[in-house]
Design a protein around this ligand. Structure first.
Ligand code: NDP
Ligand code: AKG
Length: 435
């Protein structure tokens, strides 16, 4: 563990994730080969990333790349820079990637990467050296047909651009399809930056329509204000949803009258933190009656939708009884533990699960990969239409199944995803005991 890493216990994270797999094994006839394969990752690589700091000293950061399962296609998944990253977290995130790609029927397996680092303590050049060093460390196991990284927490298009450039140098050729989420000028796709938030809103809309609920009558609190959360907030606000609270790693803000995400984003870009910001310029206030609240208070607000868009393990046994929201939308990966999930199910609070609700990002990453391989470039309109169509189809299947089998949306999504992976494992045949 690096020197400044916070004490965060991921010991139970992977067990917790696997307990959802076991639930599927109990409910469905999944072949033994698939059961064996899916209980542990296919490949797990640990690396050390040495970074020359601006003051001339050398710091070494631990990093990982895990490919959980590649039966449906090359591994796919983001890279996280965060002080709490460790092998178990990356493994769990790669497992969720495998499930989510299968839930929305992408020709991808699941992968994930991470570096245990606080990127907020690095200069821009140090960050670039770290990004390049990470790619040198995992280059042997990645590539367009093998494992395709993308952004996740604290990484973005700029970081993907550096990584893509580093990979091109290593393989002595332009290989844009090796990484997605790149800047547009380096072969990135229109629509990728907003895709996770847009996809989450689409899934919420599909659910709301079935429930006869209108955006104008729906209040939303959002945990997080990064890439996924901001784009969700901005698009939801434009559609008429009332965003009453948002939070970041430093605090939360609330307004009963509703917040305007775009000016808040501009302020956050200037001041880094939501806490203590002023939302008025030239005597125009973008959010009247804004007050600072605790991050935990946001989770307990009496709202129609609580959108979780920060990190895993946010709703757990100790705070689940405080939840008063009508619906939980999981934009983050794994924000609700399995124990909390059961408690919510008993209380009749539905959860639109991560493996469906946050698939917008990886779906548009798939479109980026397809465009890079064909040399084609699709318009933003085409991308968004295709994204909507996939989510309409796959979300409908999950919601219908939940209703027909009288199970939670999560259980229905897991059954859909695991069935597809198990089928691919079966079709690959028996010769799976070696190279
Ligand atoms: N980016 C993508 O395409 C995808 C992301 N996801 C998932 O969505 C989640 C967010 O990712 P992304 O938006 O990319 O990451 P970002 O790094 O852009 O944003 C993370 C946000 O979470 C905030 N945060 C961190 N800790 C807390 C906390 N304790 N309470 C409240 N807010 C907190 C951060 O605060 P601060 O701004 O202060 O740092 C930041 O606003 C992750 O779980 C990720 O795996 C899922 C699918 C795709
Ligand atoms: O865009 C991608 O390939 C993966 C995004 C990601 O890491 C995720 O969905 O959690």
């Amino acid at each position: 563990m690096s020197q400044d890493a916070p004490q965060q216990d991921h010991t139970h994270l992977f067990d917790d994730a696997r307990s959802r797999l076991e639930e599927v094994f109990e409910a469905l006839e999944i072949a033994r080969d698939a059961r064996e394969r899916l209980m542990q990752p296919a490949l797990s690589l640990q690396i050390s990333v040495p970074v020359r700091m601006d003051d001339g000293s050398l710091k070494v950061f631990p990093g990982w790349r895990v490919q959980y399962d590649t039966s449906l296609g090359p591994a796919k998944g983001g890279i996280r820079f965060h002080p709490a990253v460790d092998q178990l977290e990356v493994t769990t995130l790669s497992f969720w990637m495998a499930v989510k790609c299968a839930v929305v029927n992408l020709p991808f397996g699941g992968g994930k990467g991470g570096v245990q680092v606080d990127p907020k303590q690095l200069s821009r050049l140090e960050l670039e050296r770290l990004a390049r060093g990470y790619i040198r460390g995992i280059a042997d196991v990645m590539g367009p047909n093998r494992d395709i990284p993308a952004p996740d927490v604290n990484t973005n298009a700029t970081v993907m651009g550096w990584m893509s450039d580093e990979y091109d140098h290593l393989v002595r050729g332009q290989t844009p399809a090796a990484i997605t989420g790149k800047p547009l000028t380096l072969g990135g796709s229109f629509g990728r930056v907003a895709a996770t938030g847009r996809g989450a809103l689409k899934v919420l809309d599909i659910w709301a329509k079935r429930e006869g609920r209108k955006p104008q009558d729906t209040t939303v609190a959002i945990q997080g204000f990064g890439n996924a959360a901001y784009h969700f907030a901005s698009l939801a606000h434009a559609q008429g949803y009332k965003i009453v609270a948002v939070s970041d790693s430093g605090g939360a803000i609330y307004s009963e009258e509703g917040l305007e995400p775009d000016p808040i984003k501009e302020e956050k870009t200037r001041h880094q933190q939501l806490k203590g910001m002023v939302y008025c310029d030239d005597s125009v206030c973008h959010a009247k009656g804004v007050e600072s609240i605790d991050q935990d208070e946001l989770l307990a607000l009496d709202v129609d939708v609580l959108a979780l868009a920060a990190l895993e393990n946010q709703i757990h046994e100790d705070n689940v009884d405080d939840i008063r929201a009508g619906l939980i939308l999981e934009i983050a990966n794994g924000p609700v533990t399995s124990a909390a999930d059961e408690a919510l199910e008993i209380r009749g609070i539905p959860v639109l699960p991560d493996v469906l609700a946050n698939t917008g990002g990886v779906i548009v990453s798939y479109y980026e990969w397809v465009q890079n391989r064909s040399g084609d470039r699709w318009t933003e309109e085409t991308i968004n239409q295709r994204l909507d169509a996939v989510l309409e189809r796959e979300a409908a299947t999950v919601l219908d199944r939940a209703e027909a089998e009288e199970i939670s949306y999560r259980k229905a999504a897991y059954r859909q995803g695991i069935e597809r992976i198990a089928e691919a494992i079966r079709e690959r045949g028996n010769n799976q005991d070696g190279e």
